[in-house]
Write a protein that binds this ligand. Structure first.
Ligand SMILES: [Mn+2]
Length: 311
């Protein structure tokens, strides 16, 4: 894994229904993200925050809320993330609402294409985020980024990528899903996104789910972009999100997921998304996100399978 980490703050709530994800990047800094990564032996550069339009009032136009402003944000993100990843750094986007991942995935997909490497996306979320203007009840673009990455969406967003789709749907692995709109469900199935929903995690367990996903990624010899929406976690441990859905990932399920992604050695970029301090309790959700991110970057209780465990 790359050892030079570039933090990129994206204080946007432009794609969300609720206000407040604009404070996410600061919450992650206050919770100590730089310090944690440095302690793991990594070199950390905080590039500061990107700028973009503030959220205007208003409802959806043509099925999209604030499409023009979303495009400006995602274009800025695409440029910043591409620049960092091209210099050999590992970009970590501090969100911000999840629509911003359109920008980071556009950048990472462009980079992978430029070095002739396959890309897989591990999308950890309560929602599929696979709406289009025809299926979205709200028009909020943070419910659409996976659809855009897979080639479904408005031209203004699709054209941020090097190609359409940015990522093949079959290379997108979703974990923690438990809230999908009815019409959206059909799109996810038709597109061929790989879905490990909460029932699946209940039935086979996180370990088996990750073994399957990472074996698939290894067979494709791909880099991994991790897009982590903190609403994937159970709301009892992660209250600071706009769209809490019961029945989410437990602390240990999430930790094991992160630990196993780290062990693959394939992660090339990361989004930490949808932390909303306005809805949080004493910054606990940002602190939890830092705990999980530490595992993603190699913090271990013991080296796996190396100590005096009974065979
Ligand atoms: Mn999401």
């Amino acid at each position: 894994m790359r050892k030079n980490i570039s933090l990129i703050g994206v204080p946007s709530d432009i794609g969300a229904g609720d206000r407040g994800a604009t404070m996410g990047p600061e919450a992650l800094r206050v919770a100590g993200i730089s310090n944690m990564l440095t302690k793991l032996g990594l070199t950390v550069k905080d590039t500061g925050n990107l700028f973009g339009p503030k959220k205007p009032e208003g409802t959806a136009i043509g099925g999209y809320r604030h499409l023009r402003e979303n495009v400006i944000w995602c274009k800025n993100i695409q440029e910043a993330v591409f620049s960092e990843i091209s210099e050999g750094n590992l970009p970590v986007m501090l969100g911000g609402d999840h629509a911003m991942s359109i920008g980071s995935i556009a950048a990472v997909a462009r980079y992978c294409a430029s070095v002739s490497k396959n890309l897989c996306v591990i999308w950890i979320d309560a929602h599929s985020d696979f709406n289009t203007c025809d299926t979205s009840p709200s028009g909020n673009i943070h419910g659409m980024p996976v659809a855009v990455a897979a080639g479904y969406g408005p031209q203004e967003l699709l054209s941020l990528g090097h190609a359409v789709p940015m990522v093949e749907a079959a290379n997108i692995y979703q974990i923690g899903i438990r809230s999908v709109d009815a019409a959206e469900k059909q799109l996810v199935v038709n597109a061929g996104v790989v879905t490990y929903d909460m029932r699946c995690i209940d039935e086979i367990g996180m370990r088996e789910a990750m073994i399957q996903i990472l074996a698939d990624v290894a067979a494709k010899d791909a880099y991994i972009h991790v897009s982590f929406d903190v609403d994937s976690l159970d709301p009892t441990i992660a209250p600071g999100v706009g769209t809490t859905i019961p029945g989410g990932l437990t602390y240990r399920e999430a930790q094991l997921c992160m630990e196993m992604i780290h062990d693959s050695g394939r992660m090339i970029s990361l989004d930490l998304m949808e932390i909303n301090p306005a809805l949080d309790f004493q910054n606990s959700t940002a602190k939890l996100a830092i705990e999980l991110t530490a595992s993603l970057f190699g913090r271990q209780i013991f080296p796996p399978h190396s100590h005096n465990r009974k065979k």
